[in-house]
Design a protein around this ligand. Structure first.
Ligand SMILES: Cc1cc2nc3c(=O)[nH]c(=O)nc-3n(C[C@H](O)[C@H](O)[C@H](O)COP(=O)(O)OP(=O)(O)OC[C@H]3O[C@@H](n4cnc5c(N)ncnc54)[C@H](O)[C@@H]3O)c2cc1C
Length: 412
C-alpha cells in the first residue's frame, strides 16, 4: 500500500555515520519528507584529507538531490586518463579534450577533495540534524519492522532517539552491522595497504589522471581544481604494519618511478600522508533487518580498485530514499531496497577484488609482463568501455526526488 509524502510527513529516521553515504541518505530522506538525525562518532563532521573520483553514476545521484552543480563547481573534470608501467611506458591512454570520455560516460567524471564533497552535503542539512561526538550504545526494537530506539551518549548525557527507520552508514567496521548482523563475517584484509595525500600547490601539478603499476605496487595521480594533486599509492603488505615516517617509506618504494611520481612526493608534507589497510566485506545475505538498514561500506565495503565505493554509497542513499518515500510499510520498502542494491553492489565488490589481484597485487615478473602486454594490446576504447560500464546507473528515485525538488523550489 502506498500513501503520499504529505501523509507520511513527520516520519523520522536516525542515520548512524556521517560520512558521504550517511549524509547523502540524510539529504535524500529529508527531501522525501522524513525527519532525519545523523549521529557521528567523530568529534566533528568532516572528511579525511584526500581526493575522490566520482563517475557518472555518483554525479547522477548528486543531481537527483540538487547538489550536482555545486559538486561540479568544486571538482576537476577528468579529460584524459591512462595506465602506465613504473618506468612510465603508456599501456593505455585516452586523452584529448575530454569529449570522448564524456560522450561514453554520459556525463563528466570528476575528481574533487573529499572535504569539499562532505561540506556540500553537510551544508544541505540543518545544523540541528547533525550530532557529532556520539558514543553509540545500543539499538532496541525494530526487528518486526516497527520503530526502533537508538541509545547513545553525547556530551556526558545518555540519550535515545526513536525512529521508524535506522540507517547504518557507519563504514566498513560498522557498529550497526555488529548489533544486528552478529553472525556476519568480519571484514577481510585484502593484503594491500594504501597511502593517500593531497600535495601543496605547485608548478609540478599533474594535468591528467593516470595510474601506474609496478610489481605488487600501484601509484595514481589526479589533478584537483586548485593546482594541487591528489595521489594514492598501494602495495602488498602485512596487515597493520606501519613506518615511523611514511613519506620516507614512499620515497624508498616509489622514488625511482617515472615522473610525476617523485615530483608529487616532493610536494607532499609528511603530515599530509594518510595510511589505511584495505578491507573488503564478505557478502551479507540481506541489507536490512526489520526497520534497520545498511548502506555504503557498512553493507558492502569493497577494495578501491574501481573507484566505486563512494559511488555505490551514493547510489544506495538515493535508492533507499526512493524505496521508503511513499511506503506505508517500512520493512517492505527496505526489502525492495535490498533487492535492488545487493546484486549490483556485491558484483561490483567482486569485480574490484579481481581488479586488485590482476592489477596492483600482481608481483611475479612473468605475470606482470603478461598483464602489461595484454593491457597494451587492448584497444583504448575497449578499456574506456570497461570503465564506463560502472557509470551506467540511473537513480530509480529521480522522479520522486525531482518532484520533491520542484515542490521545494516552487515554495521558495
Ligand atoms: C584508498 C581509497 C581510495 C578510494 N577512492 C575512491 C574513489 O576514488 N571513488 C569512490 O567512489 N570511492 C573510493 N573509495 C571508497 C570510499 O572511500 C568509500 O566507499 C566511502 O567513503 C564509503 O562511504 P560511507 O559513508 O559508507 O562510509 P565512511 O566514509 O567510512 O563513513 C562512515 C562514517 O561513520 C562514522 N562512524 C563509524 N562508526 C560509528 C559509530 N559507531 N557511530 C557513529 N558514527 C560512526 C565514521 O566516523 C564515518 O564518518 C576509496 C577508498 C579507499 C580506501
Amino acid at each position: 500500500m502506498v500513501s503520499n509524502s504529505a501523509e507520511i510527513a513527520g516520519r523520522s529516521a536516525v542515520v548512524v555515520g556521517g560520512g558521504i553515504g550517511g549524509l547523502t541518505a540524510a539529504v535524500a530522506l529529508r527531501q522525501v519528507g522524513w525527519r532525519v538525525t545523523v549521529l557521528e562518532r567523530a568529534a566533528r563532521f568532516g572528511e579525511i584529507g584526500a581526493g575522490i573520483t566520482l563517475l557518472s553514476n555518483g554525479l547522477r545521484c548528486l543531481d537527483a538531490i540538487g547538489l550536482g552543480d555545486a559538486v561540479r563547481g568544486s571538482g576537476m573534470p577528468v579529460l584524459a586518463i591512462g595506465m602506465r608501467t613504473d618506468k612510465g611506458r603508456w599501456l593505455s591512454r585516452i586523452d584529448g579534450d575530454g569529449t570522448d570520455l564524456e560522450a561514453r560516460m554520459g556525463t563528466t567524471t570528476l575528481v574533487l577533495h573529499r572535504a569539499e564533497l562532505h561540506k556540500i552535503l553537510r551544508d544541505a542539512l540543518p545544523a540541528a540534524a547533525l550530532i557529532a561526538g556520539v558514543v553509540t550504545k545500543g539499538i532496541h526494537g525494530g526487528t518486526d519492522g516497527g520503530p526502533a530506539e537508538v541509545h547513545f551518549r553525547n556530551r556526558d548525557r545518555d540519550s535515545l532517539l526513536r525512529a521508524e527507520l535506522v540507517v547504518g552508514a557507519d563504514g566498513v567496521h560498522s557498529w550497526v552491522r555488529a548489533q544486528r548482523w552478529p553472525d556476519a563475517p568480519a571484514p577481510v584484509y585484502s593484503g594491500s595497504t594504501t597511502w593517500r595525500a593531497v600535495t601543496t600547490p605547485s608548478s609540478a601539478a599533474v594535468t591528467e589522471m593516470s595510474l601506474s603499476w609496478g610489481r605488487g605496487t600501484e601509484f595514481g595521480v589526479m589533478p584537483l581544481v586548485d593546482g594541487r594533486t591528489y595521489w594514492y599509492a598501494a602495495a602488498n603488505a602485512v596487515e597493520g604494519q606501519r613506518n615511523r615516517d611514511e613519506l620516507e617509506e614512499l620515497r624508498r618504494q616509489f622514488g625511482d618511478w617515472h615522473e610525476p611520481v617523485p615530483a608529487v612526493l616532493a610536494h607532499t608534507q609528511p603530515q599530509a600522508v594518510l595510511r589505511h589497510d584495505i578491507y573488503r566485506l564478505p557478502k551479507l545475505d540481506s541489507y536490512h533487518q526489520g526497520s534497520v538498514v545498511l548502506l555504503g561500506d557498512a553493507a558492502h565495503a569493497m577494495t578501491p580498485n574501481l573507484g566505486q565505493g563512494g559511488g555505490q554509497a551514493l547510489e544506495d542513499a538515493i535508492a533507499l530514499a526512493a524505496a521508503v518515500s511513499r511506503a506505508s510499510n517500512v520493512a517492505a520498502a527496505l526489502s525492495k531496497y535490498d533487492h535492488e542494491r545487493r546484486a549490483r553492489t556485491q558484483a561490483m565488490s567482486l569485480a574490484a577484488t579481481r581488479q586488485l589481484r590482476f592489477g596492483q597485487q600482481l608481483h611475479n615478473p612473468i605475470g606482470v609482463a603478461i598483464r602489461n602486454t595484454a593491457v597494451a594490446l587492448t584497444p583504448d576504447r575497449v578499456a574506456l568501455l570497461a570503465i564506463a560500464r560502472y557509470g551506467k546507473w540511473y537513480p530509480p528515485a529521480s522522479r520522486v526526488l525531482q518532484d520533491a525538488l520542484a515542490a521545494r523550489a516552487s515554495s521558495g
